[in-house]
Write a protein that binds this ligand. Structure first.
Ligand code: CA
Ligand code: CA
Length: 179
């Protein structure tokens, strides 16, 4: 059997953040592919140095990847502007054309940690005088599925308060299970 040389460059792209957009998640999500094997996926943040998102040197020709924003003291503040350049390297050290995004950090309201914005709606005015909050979670790139909770639809998470209390007056969304 003749082994043909690898003459195909890998590809990489970002799925959840548009170039020039605002992100309301704490992750960058994307895909990578190659005709032979993906060796590594690397990211360069704010023109610093490349670090590995994935360096498993596996046998995959297609991968999805997920990069978590810096945390702790290095965490990015809301309203700050950042750039990310991502490349995929194949098993012959061919580099993909880079995927490049520049974006602004919004408030992180990706509650289910899938990289896409969720909605938390406070309610303190329902018929039984029980206050509450409704959470609608994104389902990946399809976003939040439309539903009508007044005619049989349901929120993903419903927080119901005691009668007479008002937990829904002020609500805050955060990435509660991001990993
Ligand atoms: Ca290749
Ligand atoms: Ca989400």
């Amino acid at each position: 059997m003749i082994s043909l040389p690898d003459d195909t460059y890998p590809t990489v792209n970002v799925l959840n953040i548009a170039d020039g957009g605002i992100t309301h998640s704490g992750f960058i999500l994307g895909e990578a592919s190659d005709d032979t094997k993906i060796q590594a996926i690397k990211i360069l943040l704010d023109d610093s140095t490349y670090s590995d998102i994935d360096n498993t040197k596996g046998t995959d020709v297609f991968k999805t990847w997920k990069f978590k924003f810096p945390s702790g003291t290095a965490a990015w503040r809301q309203g700050t502007h950042h750039t990310a350049k991502i490349v995929c390297v194949d098993n012959n050290d061919f580099y993909s054309p880079p995927a490049y995004i520049s974006f602004t950090v919004g408030n992180n309201n990706d509650i289910n940690g899938d990289g896409y914005t969720d909605i938390l709606i406070g309610s303190n005015n329902n018929t039984s005088f029980i206050a509450g909050a409704y959470t609608f979670l994104s389902s990946g790139p399809n976003g939040i599925q439309s539903r009508d909770i007044s005619s049989g639809g349901a929120a993903d998470i419903t927080i119901t308060g005691e009668s007479g209390s008002s937990p829904g007056i002020t609500v805050k969304a955060r990435d509660t299970n991001g990993d």
